[in-house]
Ligand binder design. Structure first.
Ligand SMILES: Nc1nc2c(ncn2[C@@H]2O[C@H](COP(=O)(O)OP(=O)(O)OP(=O)(O)O)[C@@H](O)[C@H]2O)c(=O)[nH]1
Ligand SMILES: [Mg+2]
Length: 471
């Protein structure tokens, strides 16, 4: 049974990664933090000032343990909002272990995963979305994810959600008033105003939901599937983009049998390039499975790079055939994306092998967003592909748009949306205020879960349990 997060205990944990290092930081938080650490430095923390580092000898009984830089804080002006002492000691696993044992002997409790951040939330230092952003920031492995985490930590998203709630709370109060006067047939002020307001809110929630796939793609890596018939140069393109001989290339059609995924960060945006098996009719079961996987990857990709061979586009017949092929691929892509409930990715046609034959000028088959000319083998034209892939994401980040990246937030927004829609439908159907109030309250609750204004029992444990110890 996990302890209650605010049970009055003082907690401690190693906040730097375990193992040997120059410095390790053991964080102590809670009402007894100063007293306990003071005990370990034989009373010499007396007279230390909050926020000012103090160099002190730590003792294990009467034996010297380490020379430590102690950084004490007084609540509420600390990360957790409680009294805190950060003990910066030498990064020796033995010293860390002994210090932790001495703290526990003094009555300190080892912290649970995420407990420092959870206390920060419970003391109002951060709202829930911001607390989650701390986890995202620590996990960020590339510039895009880092940027999104910082935006959320800054509180823009939380303020927007709080703004939605404030407006709805006002209407909730009016609905209550109406309930009080139920018998007298009073209608809460201005139903037209309510309708207009909720519609505006729905529009804004849709924008946020729409931005989710962009935000998620930036955080996790933008999936880009490379598709096309055998021998078009898909694997050559993957290798050229990675600048590494990753996939097997040969002039035998059907060389690639499975999907192959590699991560590449281009100017701060992380991409996941997926090489796939060449698309063709086949009797071979294994190859057919490879082709099925190719479509499955394409279905959830944000971009599909569809490769053609420039040599096939040298006359009218060739162009017509290619046009049919691309259009059919675009249709199949739409269908496959629909099946997994995602918006279809952007289809870019890449005319490859332009070192062997010229690419047709001003030709763009239906279903393709754009046609780019490359030679994967000669590494020509790749910079245009890279620019086109990064364009939308770089501008989304540059605009400082609020992008939802967290599945939990998306779910709450979707439920808010559904509840508000029900309230609107109820309004049209002439339902009474008490019935509208049910859906209205549901929307308020769902929004409240994002910032933590409303926290069902299991929610906090679920969120902070995924943090590591010491955060
Ligand atoms: N001249 C030239 N040859 C290329 C180019 N790109 C690929 N090739 C050649 O085309 C052949 C097929 O290349 P792959 O990259 O294996 O083609 P693929 O689309 O992955 O083929 P499958 O895996 O069979 O579907 C190889 O012999 C490559 O060297 C190019 O831009 N120019
Ligand atoms: Mg291949």
């Amino acid at each position: 049974m996990p302890a209650h997060p605010l049970d009055g205990t003082t907690i401690c944990a190693l906040s730097t990664p375990p193992g040997r290092g120059g410095v390790a930081v053991v964080r102590v938080s809670g009402p007894e933090a100063w007293t306990m650490v003071n005990g370990l430095c034989q009373g010499r923390l007396d007279g230390a000032s909050p926020g000012k580092a103090a160099l002190r000898q730590l003792f294990d009984g009467d034996q010297a343990l380490d020379e430590a830089l102690l950084l004490p804080f007084r609540g509420p002006r600390s990360f957790t909002g409680e009294d805190v002492v950060e003990c910066h000691i030498h990064g020796s696993p033995y010293v860390v272990q002994r210090l932790m044992e001495c703290l526990v002997d003094a009555g300190c409790r080892p912290a649970l995963p995420g407990e420092f951040t959870q206390r920060a939330f419970l003391h109002g230092k951060r709202d829930l979305a911001q607390a989650e952003a701390i986890g995202d920031l620590i996990d960020a492995e590339h510039a895009g994810a880092h940027r999104l985490a910082l935006q959320q930590l800054g509180g823009g998203f939380s303020r927007e959600i709080q703004g939605f709630r404030d407006a709805l709370i006002e209407y909730a109060a009016l609905m209550e008033l109406e309930l009080d006067f139920g018998e007298e047939d009073v209608e809460f002020a201005d139903r037209d105003g309510y309708r207009k307001h909720v519609n505006e809110l729905l529009g804004r929630i849709d924008e946020l939901l729409h931005g989710f796939s962009t935000g998620r793609a930036i955080a996790e890596g933008v999936p880009v599937a490379i598709l096309g018939a055998p021998n078009r140069g898909k694997s050559t393109l993957l290798n050229a983009l990675l600048r590494e001989d990753r996939a097997i290339v040969s002039d035998t059609p059907g060389t690639t049998r499975d999907t192959l995924e590699e991560v590449l960060t281009l100017e701060g945006i992380r991409f996941r390039f997926i090489d796939t098996a060449g698309l063709r009719e086949t009797e071979d079961n294994i190859e057919a499975e490879g082709i099925r996987r190719a479509w499955a990857k394409a279905a959830s990709a944000r971009f599909v790079l569809y490769l053609l061979d420039a040599r096939d586009l040298q006359d009218e017949t060739g162009l017509q055939q290619a046009e049919q092929e691309v259009t059919a691929a675009a249709d199949q892509l739409t269908a496959a994306a629909q099946e997994v409930g995602e918006p279809a990715g952007t289809l870019l046609v890449l005319v490859n092998k332009t070192d062997l034959a010229p690419a047709p000028a001003n030709w763009c088959p239906e279903g393709a967003e754009e046609v780019l000319h490359i030679s994967a083998e000669e590494r020509q034209g790749l910079e245009h592909v890279e620019q086109r892939l990064g364009r939308d994401y770089r501008s989304a980040l540059a605009e400082d748009r609020i992008l939802v990246t967290n599945l939990r937030h998306r779910e709450a927004l979707q439920r808010t949306r559904e509840a508000l829609q029900r309230a609107l439908d109820g309004l049209e159907a002439g339902l009474s205020g008490d019935l509208l109030a049910v859906d209205h309250k549901e929307a308020l609750d769902q929004l409240g879960r994002i910032t933590g204004a409303i926290t069902p029992d299991d929610l906090l444990g679920h969120i902070f349990g995924n943090f590591c110890i010491g955060k």
